[in-house]
Design a protein around this ligand. Structure first.
Ligand code: NDP
Length: 282
């Protein structure tokens, strides 16, 4: 039997429709929503991601502000650019596009963003709020995954979730969200030092693969009937592929998110959700 497809593309469209309405309500109240991106250097992938972010913002009526700095810029100039955006009333959310070019400290730039304008949900203050269960902007990828699971009525409470990957961007906040009070999964956080990873993953009712290795997770990693979320984004000669061997696993899992069309669109939608929420509470 083939697994149900968990379509990030479809859920993101629903989320964007809701955001469009929320932006319109704020506009009617005379309140603006403005998303600024700060991009340093010439990395083509970063330029592409930033283009998408502006396109997404425009598609829901959010004004976007595009700040680009050359590779030759100094750390203090990067911080000064963040300060300028922090000070602008028309900027209610800010994204520092990471990574910054060599020699520049991306984490310091992210920390310079006011927590109240942190559209990425990656400021240590907001990650701390997530840790203690307080509301705030959430890291976009895991928060998009939670939205996707909810949309498909995936039961989380009482289930075993295995999250493979422990980056602060994806794996760690994902584990926190799945195991949070009220969500109540029992979470196992796995990583490159986990012994017998396939056996650990086979315990999962919900398996989140966030490693960055093309098609590493084949059927031996998946318990029959599990829900499989593929975060991996790997550019190969065959195009964009995930961390999960989709064809094989879709015969074992009960539901699976594809790459492309799964987590990626939800990450983008979550950035918009953060942006509009920050504007609402400004
Ligand atoms: P990182 O490289 O920061 O982290 C990768 C994690 O995977 C680490 O915790 C690492 O373990 C673990 N890992 C690496 N190799 C193995 C292995 N053989 N077995 C078990 N664990 C392993 O990556 P990110 O978390 O930033 O991203 C993960 C993937 O998700 C990438 O493909 C990235 O492109 C993609 N991504 C996709 C997004 C989307 O919107 N679709 C958004 C963000 C990321 P250790 O800590 O021990 O080194």
């Amino acid at each position: 039997m083939s697994a149900q497809i968990i379509s990030g593309t479809a859920v993101a469209a629903v989320v964007k429709n809701r955001i469009r309405d929320e932006v319109a309500v704020l506009a009617a109240e005379g309140r603006s929503v403005g998303l600024a991106t700060l991009l340093v250097g010439e990395d083509p992938a970063s330029h592409m991601y930033v283009r998408y972010k502006h396109k997404d913002a425009h598609s829901v009526g959010i004004k976007s502000i595009d700040v680009k700095l050359p590779t030759s810029v100094s750390q203090s100039e990067v911080l000064a650019a963040v300060d300028e955006l922090n000070a602008r009333d028309d900027v209610t959310g800010i994204i520092v596009q990471l990574p910054l070019p060599g020699g520049l400290d991306g984490e310091a730039a992210v920390e310079r963003v006011l927590p109240s304008k942190d559209a990425d949900g990656l400021h240590p203050f907001n990650l701390g709020r997530l840790l203690i269960g307080q509301p705030g902007p959430l890291p976009a990828t895991p928060s998009g995954i939670m939205t996707m699971l909810d949309h498909y009525d995936v039961e989380i409470a009482g289930r075993i979730a295995v999250v493979v990957g422990r980056s602060f961007l994806v794996g760690r906040p994902m584990a926190l969200m799945l195991g949070a009070k009220g969500r109540d999964a029992t979470v196992i956080q796995a990583h490159s030092r986990t012994p017998d990873l396939p056996a650990v993953c086979r315990q999962a009712d919900i398996l989140v693969a966030a490693v960055g290795r093309p098609m590493m997770f084949d059927a031996q990693y998946v318990k029959p009937g599990a829900v499989v979320i593929d975060v991996g984004t790997n550019r190969t000669d065959d195009g964009l592929v995930g961390d999960v061997a989709f064809d094989e696993v879709s015969h074992v899992a009960s539901a699976i998110s594809p790459v492309p069309g799964g987590v990626g669109p939800m990450t983008r939608a979550s950035l918009l959700t953060n942006t509009v929420r920050l504007a609402s509470s400004a």
